[in-house]
Design a protein around this ligand. Structure first.
Ligand code: AHG
Ligand code: MN
Ligand code: MN
Length: 326
């Protein structure tokens, strides 16, 4: 079954639906294919390396970050289904120009996740989150995007790996599609993904251990004691996808140097938290190094706010939470 057929089957489950969401998602898939093509030819089309600029995150912008951002912004701008967008690569809100119709959704995205891995041909990804735009006149503002993760109507990611996969949820199961490059269609390959309740791998950047709070250090010591295997790609989408299929836990906790960790709430933590819960897993955020709370319940305070993220199989996340609630 193609993604197009799957989307129309899903739409038929909601007789009152207008088709706007399906059309929005179809535009998103076009952007994903454009980025997939660039990622798969990166070494041949001088798109590797850095642009020399730094983004709002204070991070060096890679050429593929910029290309991916361009692909999503230009593909999504004129479709008439969005009231606005927010991108990891853009400081403020991306409003819809007056000459284009506006729609009822907000799109937030990390156009290229895992930028440090682009030049060495390790899997990278795109992460996206869709919210309802508040019913109001006039251009959207930052506050319109600051909705808790529970408000998401859709979340997904594209993994540009050994094959290009698109995984998404609208809260009714998590479904995976693999791009068949010979026909340019995403084909249903992983219907109704369920994350194993317990996994045997943990993912964390051990290079930060000198800055870890004692609860992180104690938890990691425990998982090592238990013989849990270490797997860390350095691309959130790749680490998350492995845990989603095989079970396991990923941590990017806050530490003494970066109290809120590194990952962004609105377009990294929240979309993946929505997906993992829809697949039967769990996601918590222990912002001040303790008092773990459900990621989806966090009230956002900024477009690019960072949060600590502990996400994956329920049993593993629950065990981790017990160290953060001490
Ligand atoms: P991005 O490339 O969008 O900035 O995201 C990179 C993130 C995420 O993909 C990954 O989990 C994390 O950075 C790795 O960070 P470290 O290199 O500090 O481990
Ligand atoms: Mn990212
Ligand atoms: Mn990014």
């Amino acid at each position: 079954m193609t993604l197009t057929e799957f989307l129309s089957k899903e739409q038929r489950r909601f007789p009152k639906s207008t088709g706007n969401f399906t059309a929005l998602f179809t535009d998103l898939v076009v952007a994903a294919k454009i980025v997939s093509k660039a990622v798969n030819h990166a070494g041949l089309i001088s798109i590797l390396g850095a642009t020399g600029e730094t983004n709002v995150q204070g991070e060096e912008v890679q050429k593929l970050d910029e290309h991916a951002n361009e692909a999503f912004v230009t593909t999504m701008l004129c479709g008439g289904h969005l009231a606005g967008m927010a991108s990891e690569e853009i400081e403020g809100v991306i409003t819809i120009p007056a000459e284009y119709p506006k729609g009822g959704y907000l799109l937030l995205f990390d156009p290229l996740d895992g930028s440090s891995n682009i030049d060495v041909n390790i899997s990278v990804g795109t992460i996206f989150s869709i919210l309802k735009a508040p019913a109001k006149k006039g251009a959207v503002v930052i506050d319109d995007f600051l909705q808790p993760g529970t408000e998401q109507v859709c979340a997904g990611y594209v993994l540009y790996g050994s094959s290009t996969m698109l995984v998404y949820t609208t809260g009714h199961g998590v479904h995976g599609f693999t791009l068949d490059p010979t026909i340019g269609e995403f084909m249903l390959s992983h219907e109704d993904i369920r994350i194993p309740s317990k996994g045997t791998t943990y993912s964390i950047n051990e290079g930060n251990s000198r800055n870890w709070h004692s609860n992180t250090a104690d938890y990691i010591a425990k998982v090592k004691e238990d013989g849990t295997k270490a797997r860390y790609v350095g691309s959130l989408v790749a680490d998350f996808h492995r845990n989603l299929l095989k079970g396991g836990v990923f941590l990017y906790p806050g530490d003494k140097e970066n109290p809120n960790g590194k990952l962004r709430l609105l377009y990294e933590a929240n979309p993946l938290a929505f997906i993992v819960e829809a697949a039967g897993g769990a996601s918590i955020t222990a912002t001040n190094g303790h008092d773990a709370e459900r990621t989806l319940d966090v009230t956002p305070t900024g477009l690019h706010q960072r949060v600590s993220l502990i996400i994956g199989s329920t049993d593993n996340v629950e065990e981790a939470a017990s160290f953060y609630n001490k």
